[in-house]
Design a protein around this ligand. Structure first.
Ligand code: FE2
Length: 297
């Protein structure tokens, strides 16, 4: 058994996205352009919006990868050109395979836009291999109550398993390629070691407190992302009197050329031009809105 140690670390930068919402972005960032198969990690907020202030990302396309939205706090409403529509609340996850192309909108819930409120969550883009880039769009939504949870024997480490497996909990989501997506909470003194397949590339992003990673116990603090080195186990700890909350992401690297432009992630510039042309000509579809939705806007 080899424990994975921290190979490289970066600190998330603040950025304004979409219609103007605030994100912390550890990937891509200077010195960390891509962590194959992950293209992007955005922490939305945490932001407390005043009435009329909360903004989201109105109708926009995606092609070539999967978007995973995980809410920590607040509510997002979404609609897409394949006819899916819903609200993601605290703890819920939406796993959307954009595949060959989809148009969607992602907006803070109407009550938050109107009355103000807190938004905190994640959006992660997981790349698709060339052979699946043009796959049919797919949509999986799992309510918080249905996300399996595991905990260590001493109860100091708890994990919500969105994808993968840990501490006896196994994800209910189906992924196109092997992906690990877990929300870990560590209380002071927590010390757990879990298996993590050696063919996965893995990272940890801490978004509360500070965690100690690996046998070396390198401290990764709030807003920092650590790319992990080779190994087949992961050790997570929190120092006595400290706590941490972090995302563990891992996947088998695709090792294919990456051409990205805005909301598209393809293998070549030619495919990016094709995606732009498909969007312009309406071949990615449009969101069909009901009268009720239109009157809201
Ligand atoms: Fe999007």
């Amino acid at each position: 058994m080899t424990t994975r140690e921290v190979d490289k670390r970066v600190t998330a930068h603040r950025q304004t996205e979409g219609g103007g919402f605030i994100v912390r972005r550890p990937l891509p960032t200077a010195g960390m352009e891509l962590i194959d198969p992950f293209l992007l990690i955005d922490e939305m907020g945490p932001a407390d919006y005043a009435p009329g202030e909360a903004v989201g990302a109105p109708d926009h396309p995606h092609r070539g990868f999967e978007t995973i939205t995980y809410m920590i706090d607040g509510e997002f409403e979404h609609e897409d050109s394949a006819g899916h529509r819903g609200t993601i609340r605290s703890g819920d996850v939406q796993w959307m395979t954009a595949g060959g192309g989809i148009i969607h909108s992602e907006m803070p819930a109407e009550r938050i836009r109107k009355n103000g409120g807190r938004i905190h969550g994640f959006q992660i883009w997981a790349n698709l291999p060339a052979k699946l880039k043009m796959t049919r769009p797919r949509y999986q939504e799992v309510a918080a109550a249905n996300i399996p949870e595991g905990k260590s024997a001493d109860g100091r480490a708890r994990v919500k398993v969105v994808a993968g497996e840990a501490l006896g909990a196994r994800a209910v989501i189906d992924t196109h390629t092997p992906i690990v997506f877990q929300d870990w909470q560590l209380e002071g003194g927590a010390d757990v070691t879990i298996p993590l397949p050696s063919d996965h590339q893995a990272l940890v992003y801490v978004f509360e407190g500070a965690a100690l990673i690996g046998d070396r116990g390198e401290e990764i603090a709030d807003g920092q992302l650590a790319l992990l080195g080779a190994g087949d186990t992961l050790r997570l700890r929190a120092a006595e009197g400290k706590r941490a909350r972090l995302l563990l992401l891992a996947g088998v690297p695709l090792r294919e050329p990456v051409a990205r432009y805005g909301p598209f992630g393809m293998n070549s510039e030619r495919e990016i031009r094709e995606a732009l042309a498909a969007r312009r000509s309406g071949r990615m579809g449009e969101i069909t809105r009901t009268a009720q939705v239109e009157s809201r806007e």
